[in-house]
Design a protein around this ligand. Structure first.
Ligand code: SF4
Length: 354
């Protein structure tokens, strides 16, 4: 069941405190039968009502380890809900409060485009290991699992490069060019050994794929792509004693100028190490920044630039309540068996690499 627009409008018209109290009452009633998972980029009103809040890696683990009952309600974007559906028990159901909420970066690599690139690149010689970022569709995860590759998150990308280079001479990394480039640099790969595959060009862009050690898919996160080196320079000029911490989905010029770089989980831990009165500017999605502001009111915590993820924002209290009130009727997240099988192979490899 996809809720009718008038039903959604009716719920969206309810005051926030009513929505929150009805969701909290349902959660108390369902107890262990329902697990609500929320990504760190969800607004605070939603993450406060979740059983677990985390990054995509942490939430995958939570879905895989949920020993309770039948339902997992996933407040995040579609690829995350798909991963939960692949990792949870077969008698459990994953529900996504807004099935239209996809990740634009994940959608930049379709299975057709990826297969075409793979055929062309494997003809250029040397063993190629496919590695996809967690932010990819189930089809792409399955593709990597079937071809001996794996999945990485922003927390374990470096270890994943080590893993991949023990298995092959070259890595095909998708869909985030920036995470791939930042990780390749950390791993010690020089820019001349990196090529980019642009799915919008018939030959990928015609770069020297034969001698490249790392081939990066030309995809990006529209939120993190917006940060620039000028943003960091601006902070340095006006707040010379401030610290800048950014996510590795940011362009390399930003990462190179930051004081620290890491996953959403890392950013939270980085802020925890600062002292009252410190100034910290953060290059990632705004809801994480706002949650940290609430958690540490005694320091100046601010965004590096405007950074709302519009698709994460599609998950609202109204949609969460509608889902919880209609558990049995709500559409389940379904991943076809063969896709789920090989995606699980890749996800299990990822969980073992961390
Ligand atoms: S922040 Fe970027 S990578 Fe994360 S869900 Fe939004 S668009 Fe996708």
């Amino acid at each position: 069941m996809i809720p009718a627009p008038e039903r959604i409008r009716e719920y969206e018209g309810l005051p926030e405190e009513i929505l929150i109290s009805r969701i909290a009452a349902l959660r108390d009633r369902y107890k262990d039968n329902v697990c609500v998972l929320a990504h760190l980029y969800q607004r605070r009103s939603i993450s406060q009502l979740a059983n677990f809040v985390g990054d995509s890696y942490g939430l995958s683990r939570s879905a895989a380890n949920f020993k309770g009952g039948e339902y997992i309600v996933f407040c995040g974007v579609r690829f995350m809900a798909e991963s939960a559906a692949i990792l949870c028990r077969s008698d459990q159901h994953v529900l996504h409060p807004e099935p239209e909420a996809g990740c634009p970066m994940a959608d930049m690599a379709s299975i057709e485009e990826t297969s075409r690139a793979w055929s062309a690149l494997t003809r250029t010689g040397g063993t190629l290991v496919p590695v996809t970022y967690m932010n990819s569709t189930a089809d792409i995860k399955s593709f990597c699992g079937e071809l001996g590759g794996t999945i990485c998150t922003s927390s374990n990308a470096l270890k994943t490069f080590e893993w991949a280079f023990k298995r092959g001479e070259r890595v095909f990394f998708l869909p985030d060019e920036h995470l791939g480039r930042n990780t390749a640099k950390q791993f010690g790969i020089v820019p001349d050994d990196i090529a980019t595959w642009d799915p919008n060009k018939p030959d990928g862009g015609g770069e020297d794929y034969e001698s490249a050690k790392v081939i990066l898919w030309r995809g990006y996160c529209p939120v993190h792509q917006k940060f620039t080196s000028r943003d960091v320079e601006h902070i340095r000029r006006f707040y010379p004693d401030a610290k800048v911490v950014v996510h590795p989905e940011c362009p390399q010029e930003v990462v190179d100028r930051a004081d620290a770089v890491g996953s959403t989980d890392f950013i939270g831990k980085f802020v925890a190490t600062t002292k009252p009165g410190d100034k910290i500017f953060i290059g990632t999605e705004i809801n994480l920044v706002q949650n940290l502001q609430t958690q540490y009111p005694d320091r100046l915590i601010a965004k590096l630039h405007r950074s709302l993820c519009l698709t994460m924002y599609q998950i609202s209290l109204a949609r969460l309540l509608l889902t919880l009130e209609n558990l049995e009727a709500f559409d389940r997240v379904v991943v076809p068996n063969k896709t789920a099988h090989f995606a699980r192979v890749a996800l299990d490899r990822m969980l073992s690499i961390h």
